[in-house]
Write a protein that binds this ligand. Structure first.
Ligand code: GLU
Ligand code: ZN
Length: 302
């Protein structure tokens, strides 16, 4: 095999058409570039994860005919995440942030996309305490998350479809959490640890997560640095999202409509695949298509 790609759904719901399009891209790339396919269940968000969704995602993938070469689930990898966190903390890349939601809103500017750009209030506090106390006081902290100290630096990266980007995560979002107040690992952290540890060479996902990429490159570089290992940047491809007839992104309601509901209503896998391939613009009619034909259609577009 020439490398490894992953499909990484979050089990906070059943699979919907958006997932199905991502899966088609992942399996198409695997076919075109001869890649190992890894299924990763991203259940880092303990509050929104349901066992029924985990089981449902695996059953629906099987029903659709998607086969994978390996499997992992984030909830079984907590020691690995803890080990990486310890390494980051030893080298002073992590600090506790006690800011409440309200404080974050009131004290920080927002980006054009409405995202808070954390100005590092607790970083400054943590650094000054460290200087005074050398090794910490052992005092008990109020509820806090752990943030990653992101370097103020432009990341240049290339998307296989969209071209070149120059982005500075310090300006886009500032230091971001790697563990939340409840002790859950965040998406950004778990995804970086997993992509490195699982030796992922190709990352294909929807355009909606594109602005995570520079952050993930920055965090991955630092994880490799503190772990004393080389960093091989994966290939990134962010695919277009499915749009409705008027060209708008799928609504929450349409995205909530699951493949499972259609399957239970007696709709065939080929009909569902055909619908998604049609909506994504890879065939002119909303007609059934076999999985291998759908994969081939997308593979030739890569
Ligand atoms: N778990 C993420 C999602 O379902 C995808 C993460 C990724 O591909 O990096 O949206
Ligand atoms: Zn803070």
């Amino acid at each position: 095999m020439a490398g490894k790609i992953r499909f990484a759904p979050s089990p906070t719901g059943y699979l919907h058409e958006g997932h199905l399009l991502s899966a088609l891209y992942v399996w198409a790339a695997a076919k075109k570039w001869n890649l190992h396919v890894h299924l990763r269940i991203e259940d880092h968000d303990r509050g929104r994860t349901r066992q029924a969704y985990i089981d449902g995602i695996r059953e629906d993938l099987e029903w659709l005919g998607f086969e994978y070469d390996s499997y992992s689930i984030q909830s079984e990898r907590t020691e690995i995440y803890q080990g990486v966190l310890n390494k980051l903390a030893e080298q002073n890349f992590v600090y506790p942030c006690t800011c409440s939601r309200k404080q974050l809103e009131a004290e920080n500017p927002k980006s054009e996309t409405g995202e808070i750009i954390y100005q590092g209030k607790c970083r400054i506090l943590a650094d000054s305490l460290k200087l005074k106390e050398e090794g910490g006081s052992g005092s008990i902290l109020p509820p806090h998350n752990l943030r990653f100290k992101i370097a103020d630096k432009v990341i240049n990266w290339t998307d296989y479809r969209l071209g070149d980007f120059s982005e500075n995560p310090a300006k886009q979002c500032g230091d971001f959490p790697i563990q939340d107040r409840e002790g859950c690992w965040t998406y950004q952290f778990a995804v970086c640890v997993d992509d490195l540890d699982q030796e992922i060479t190709h990352i294909i996902r929807g355009e909606d997560i594109r602005n995570s990429t520079a952050r993930q490159i920055a965090l991955s570089e630092t994880i490799c640095q503190v772990s004393g290992r080389p960093y091989n940047r994966p290939l990134y491809l962010h695919h277009a999202l499915i749009v409705d007839a008027s060209g708008k992104k799928l609504s929450k309601r349409e995205l909530a409509h699951s493949i499972r509901q259609d399957k239970e209503a007696g709709i065939s896998a080929e009909t569902l695949l055909g619908r998604v391939v049609f909506k994504a613009g890879f065939q002119n009619e909303d007609s059934p298509i076999a999985l291998h034909d759908a994969i081939d259609k997308i593979a030739t577009s890569l």
